[in-house]
Design a protein around this ligand. Structure first.
Ligand code: NAI
Length: 434
């Protein structure tokens, strides 16, 4: 892929928001041959992008951005209107965080639209890639007061750590509109991709995105619940998930037990969907329980440490490997690792942490100290808790780790290590459902 830019029909595209989704979207659309300008309202971020520095960790994105910038297909500007004034298509990739009641905060999204509204050329299409609740596109079209500007809902399904592959080899492309003609114009932008295209109403497209994330969250909660049952009964979650995964109606993906789910999307999208259901008078008990059970599972994960190092121990030094919400990213938003460590901090555990992509102490944690060396992190610790599934962890010298700890307790919340091997080394080992 590197060094090559695919030729083809070109459209002038503005991407608003240079975050995980916007930067990936802009770079990939430029790679497909379009002329793309990415705008952000964070001037420092724009300056850093102009200097060739990607503001977050996403594998392969720095090379791709560098290639398409060199080929003059991609550039960066401050301010949404500066990108939109010359474009025909406008991708909104703006944050939609959760409000305290669980609903989606659309203020960034609405602000972005207001900034570009006056510069939009006739027949422009505003394409929404942000995850928004059902009803947003319809409401937006109503408030635009411009019949010559059209809205297409095009939810994004990429996952951090695999963002480029997910964008260029998508499982599907969903286009929601109130006119098939508008969806077809957007579909042409993706004509070089080999993926099924689903054209639907705005409402269905918006619900597809929320449903996908809520379903995945529910699947993980289900696996975590079975993992707990495995621990009680002596069964092994790895065998159980492999065994059920052979059934094509169930499938083998997204079946890894863990500390609890989190990240920048699942928590907010699940609560947003639950809140939407409530607002329509529908009691979505299954989803509400999924959200509650995940909190309970995070408690259980913290309790695994407390089982090996009781809260009244004189020595309570815990080493944590992994801080982000999963391996392959530097994203700390609603990280289950952080949530588990918060629970330990509340019980006065002393925490030293190591993560391949995090180099500074976190504001979310009151006292945890972040080190840049996994061995220094475990030195003198009473327990090591592995919270993300970085492959690099498996390459570390676990004999040296056990030797340098005060008490060789290993809580492996991602089942990264082999229990028998760890017990042979001398660890007291607790996995997740095994
Ligand atoms: P992000 O927080 O990484 O990036 C958002 C960017 O928008 C930031 O750089 C911010 O400075 C910029 N911004 C905010 N207001 C602006 C404005 N008025 N004008 C220009 N720039 C502005 O967010 P992320 O993760 O890229 O998410 C964006 C949307 O995509 C959200 O709705 C999210 O739910 C959705 N999404 C995220 C995925 C992910 O894995 N991160 C995956 C699929 C969807």
């Amino acid at each position: 892929m590197q060094g090559e830019v695919l030729e083809g029909t070109m459209a002038k595209i503005a991407v608003i928001g240079a975050g995980y989704v916007g930067l990936t979207t802009g770079a990939c659309l430029a790679y497909l041959g379009h002329d793309v300008v990415i705008a952000d309202n964070n001037d420092d971020r724009v300056e850093s992008l102009k200097a060739g520095v990607i503001p977050f960790f996403e594998p392969g994105l720095d090379e791709l951005v560098s290639d398409v910038v060199k080929s003059k297909k991609l550039s960066f500007v401050s301010g949404a209107s500066n990108a939109s004034k010359n474009a025909e298509f406008h991708f909104l990739c703006l944050p939609t965080p959760a409000r305290t009641d669980g609903s989606s905060d659309l203020s960034y999204f609405e602000e972005g639209i207001n900034e570009i509204l006056s510069v939009l050329q006739p027949n422009s299409i505003v394409i929404n890639k942000s995850t928004v609740p059902l009803g947003t596109a319809k409401r937006l079209q109503g408030t635009l007061e411009r019949t010559d500007v059209h809205i297409v809902s095009n939810p994004e399904f990429l996952s951090e750590g695999n963002a480029i592959r997910d964008f260029l080899e998508p499982s599907r492309i969903v286009l929601g509109a109130n006119s098939r003609e508008h969806s077809e114009r957007v579909a042409k932008l993706y004509s070089k991709l080999n993926a099924p295209i689903l054209m639907s109403s705005w409402e269905s497209a918006e619900l597809i995105k929320h449903t996908a994330n809520a379903f995945l969250a529910m699947k993980l909660t289900f696996v975590n619940e079975i993992a707990t049952l495995c621990e009680i009964t002596g069964a092994n979650i790895k065998d159980v998930t492999v065994g059920i995964g052979y059934d094509p109606r169930i499938g083998s993906d997204y079946m890894n037990a863990g500390p609890g789910w989190g990240g920048s999307c699942f928590p907010k999208d699940s609560t947003s969907l639950a809140q939407l259901a409530r607002s329509f008078g529908f009691d979505f008990t299954l989803l509400e329980h999924t959200i509650d059970l995940n909190q309970k599972h995070l408690d259980r994960t913290a309790q695994k440490v407390q089982r090996l190092v009781p809260t009244d121990s004189p020595h309570k030094k815990v080493a944590a490997w992994g801080l982000t919400f999963k391996a392959g990213t530097d994203d700390l938003r609603y990280s289950p690792a952080v949530e588990v460590l918060k629970r330990l901090e509340a019980d006065d555990y002393e925490i030293l942490a190591f993560d391949p992509t995090v180099k500074q102490n976190l504001t979310q944690l009151a006292s945890a100290v972040v080190t840049d060396d996994p061995y220094e992190c475990v030195n003198g610790a009473d327990a090591l808790i592995v919270l993300t599934e970085w492959k690099d962890f498996k390459l570390l010298d676990m004999k040296a780790v056990a030797k340098s700890m005060r008490n060789a307790n290993l809580i492996d919340t991602r089942n990264v290590f082999n229990r028998i091997e760890m017990e042979e080394i001398g660890f007291t080992y607790i996995g997740m459902g095994i």
